[in-house]
Each structure stands twice: as structure tokens, then as C-alpha cells.
Ligand binder design. Structure first.
Ligand SMILES: Cc1ncc(COP(=O)(O)O)c(C=O)c1O
Length: 396
């Protein structure tokens, strides 16, 4: 049965494209008319190993046939093993599991507040965030988000957040103080338009956090899990955070979130201070473990870097040939964007009509988040479709 787009019972919170997807394989999606699309969205950086990866499916199937859920009052092997794998491949010693990106941000913020108050007194709860950032839609993650457009109508927001312009060291210095519990940063602003932060700014953030006894939290919900060409984006920066938020691609489409931190920081969330019924459930963790095994296998991340370079060069070439339309290309690994000189609000719809899924932000920033397993032929195919559409704009 095909979806009825016009008369349905879904809350109207999304402006959806008029298409119903029924199955996927690798970088390809099929709609209810069996039409084929190349997916450069992947559920917004979720299906990073492509749709229906056989290893992930096998892990979920075997685990759900064995044990699907028990409370976090008890131990399960998949959760222990995924936490172990995440810690072995990062700076962290401990993992709090939850179900989404916003929840992982909430966990990090609760950790920062509890630690700040314990170490520096009751009024140490402030968190410094960046203008243009995105941290999720729960009220507190929304309060951390540096985009007033998403906050409008939901006030009063959670108190204690300060927003400064990205890469502005002076503003950061001025914002920091005895009340600062944490600095929360996406090392590459994702939803805000794919802006990698400067090494100098990140170094200053690290130094100021240490100086003021605050923690540095990296929100790697979108750019973690191989997206930038290293398992975690912080690995390509000169700094190491104290806590890190993950979700999205961690289980390739099975809902999961994780907040990672060091032993000495995570100590401030002892038993009873935070919880999640579904967090770390065996099925999600089995899927996460399959993802970790693949992403840490020999050559996987190097291939992502090569594909990222290839894609970026292709986008640069398109930009160069159409300078009247394209302002800039930005990206790291396989999170890439082109910013147009003016809004073209129909562009994502036009490309969907051509058989390509892309994200369009603010009407003029095209964001590409293909599977990390995409082929160069599939990238070429997207570049050709994109160039054709941009050429049409140039001709107008
Ligand atoms: C950097 C970042 N943090 C947090 C979130 C929120 O994640 P979720 O939608 O899973 O709550 C997102 C979602 O796009 C994100 O990009």
C-alpha cells in the first residue's frame, strides 16, 4: 500500500518531500514506485555503512533472537563490549548509553553541572556554546543550540547558556569565568552549514577549560563515527575533549546515543544521578559493535579520507565552473557542503526529481552526507546531476 501524504495522522512537525521510501541497499533507496535514488543524506548522517548493511542486520537479528532488552539494573555483554570498543578507540574510560543525540547532549550537560557544582560551588553551572550550533530539540539541548529560529516559542529556555561566535577567541576569553562548567562545541558545525573550527580556537578552548576547571565537551553526534575520515573528528584537531556526545551513525540506523568521558570526570555521575530505560539496550549495542568492527577495520577510514578528497575536488571543480552561483565549498571527509551565493529553495526538490537526495539548509547551503561506503562512480553521478542543475541556475 502506498502512503497517503495528504490525509494522515502524523504530527505536522516536518515539511516532508512527497516521496515514500520502501527499501534501501548501500547508497541506493527505492520508492513505492520502485524508482531508484542515490542517497547523499543517509537519514542525516545515520546510515553511514549504507542501507541494510549485512553485518549490522546479522548482529541485530542474532541479538533480538537471543535477548532484546533488560534494565540497566543488570549487565549485558553487548553493552559491555560496545563500551569497551568505544573506549579502546578514544580518549574515554566510561560510556553512558542513551537513545539519541539530544539525550547524549543532555547527559553531558548534566555531568558538567554536577561536576561544576561539586568542585566550584553552587553557581558553577554555565555552559558556553557557539552561535550557529545545533545540539538537538529537547528543551535543554535546544537551549544549548545557537540558533534562535529553533528556540522561538519555547521560552523560557533552560538557564545558564552563553553563546559566542565560532572561532572568536576573545569572546570565549570574556565569556569564561568561575561559573563556567563547560564549553560545548561541534568540532565541525554540521547543521549550521559545515564549518570546521580553527585549530587556534580549539586550542584556546582547551586551555581555557583547563585553566578555569571546566570541561570541554565535543558534540560529535553528526561528525563522529568516521564521517570526517577519522573515527572521531577530534582526532584531526590539536585537542582532546573531556567528554564527547555520539549518536546517529553509531548503530547505522538502530536508535542509540552515547556520552563518553574520562574516569575522573564521569565520577560525578554516580548511581542514581542519571538513567535511561532503553539506553544501551542489547540490540542497539550489538548493532553498534558491528559498526565499530567495520569502521575500525584495516583501510576503512583511509578510504573515507580518499573518497572525501575526491568528492571535495569534484565539488570545487563544479564551483570553479559556476562562480556566479557557488560561493564556497567546505567539508572534511564525507561531510561536504557547497554554499550558493543566493537561496535556491527548490534545489533539493529538483535533485530529488533527478533521483538524488541532498540536504538544503537556509535555502542555499547544500550538505552532502553520503554513506562512507559510497563509490567514486556514485559520487561522479551526483556531481553530474548537481552541475546540470547549477548550470540551469547560471543560465537563468
Ligand atoms: C551535532 C548534533 N547534535 C545533536 C543532534 C540531535 O540529535 P537527535 O536528533 O538524535 O536528538 C544533532 C542532530 O542533527 C546534531 O547534528
Amino acid at each position: 500500500m502506498k502512503a497517503n501524504f495528504n490525509n494522515n495522522h502524523i504530527a505536522n512537525t516536518y515539511a516532508r518531500f512527497p516521496v515514500e521510501f520502501v527499501r534501501g541497499e548501500g547508497a541506493v533507496l527505492y520508492d513505492s514506485d520502485d524508482r531508484r535514488y542515490l542517497d547523499f543524506v543517509t537519514g542525516i548522517a545515520v546510515c553511514s555503512l549504507g542501507h541494510c548493511h549485512p553485518e549490522v542486520i546479522r548482529a541485530i537479528r542474532e541479538q533480538t533472537e537471543t535477548l532484546m532488552h533488560v534494565s540497566n539494573l543488570y549487565w549485558t555483554a553487548p553493552q559491555l563490549e560496545l563500551a569497551d570498543a568505544l573506549c579502546r578507540h578514544s580518549f574515554a574510560d566510561r560510556v553512558f548509553f542513551c537513545n539519541s543525540g539530544a539525550e547524549s547532549v543532555e547527559a553531558a550537560l548534566k555531568l558538567a553541572r554536577r561536576r561544576g557544582k561539586a568542585l566550584k560551588g553552587h553557581d558553577c553551572y554555565e555552559v558556553i556554546c557557539l552561535e550557529g550550533s545545533f545540539h538537538g530539540r529537547t528543551l535543554t539541548a535546544l537551549s544549548a543550540t545557537g540558533q534562535p529560529v529553533y528556540q522561538h516559542g519555547f521560552e523560557p529556555l533552560t538557564a545558564g547558556f552563553k553563546h559566542i561566535p565560532p572561532n572568536d577567541i576573545r569572546s570565549l576569553e570574556l565569556a569564561m569565568g568561575r561559573r563556567t562548567a563547560a564549553v560545548l562545541i561541534e568540532p565541525v558545525l554540521g547543521e549550521g552549514g559545515v564549518h570546521p573550527l580553527s585549530d587556534e580556537f580549539l586550542k584556546a578552548a582547551r586551555e581555557l577549560c583547563t585553566q578555569y576547571g571546566a570541561i570541554l565537551i565535543f558534540d560529535e553526534v553528526q561528525v563522529g563515527m568516521g564521517r570526517t575520515g577519522t573515527l572521531f573528528a577530534y582526532e584531526q584537531t590539536p585537542v582532546v575533549p573531556d567528554a564527547m556526545c555520539l549518536a546517529k551513525a553509531l548503530a547505522n540506523g538502530f536508535p542509540i546515543g552515547a556520552m563518553l568521558s574520562t574516569e575522573e570526570v564521569m565520577e560525578y555521575l554516580p548511581p542514581g544521578t542519571h538513567a535511561s530505560t532503553f539506553g544501551g539496550n542489547p540490540a542497539a549495542c550489538a548493532a553498534g559493535l558491528a559498526v565499530m568492527n567495520i569502521m575500525t577495520s584495516q583501510g576503512f577510514l583511509k578510504n573515507v579520507r580518499n573518497l572525501g578528497d575526491y568528492f571535495h575536488k569534484g565539488l570545487e571543480d563544479v564551483a570553479h565552473r559556476h562562480q556566479a552561483v557557488v560561493r564556497e565549498c567546505r567539508g572534511r571527509g564525507l561531510i561536504q557542503a557547497i554554499e550558493l551565493r543566493f537561496p535556491v529553495p527548490d534545489l533539493a526538490m529538483q535533485l530529488l526529481g533527478d533521483g538524488y537526495l541532498v540536504l538544503l539548509g537556509h535555502g542555499r547551503i547544500l550538505r552532502f552526507l553520503p554513506p562512507l561506503t559510497i563509490s567514486t562512480e556514485e559520487i561522479d553521478s551526483m556531481l553530474q546531476a548537481l552541475e546540470k542543475r547549477i548550470a540551469d541556475i547560471t543560465a537563468q
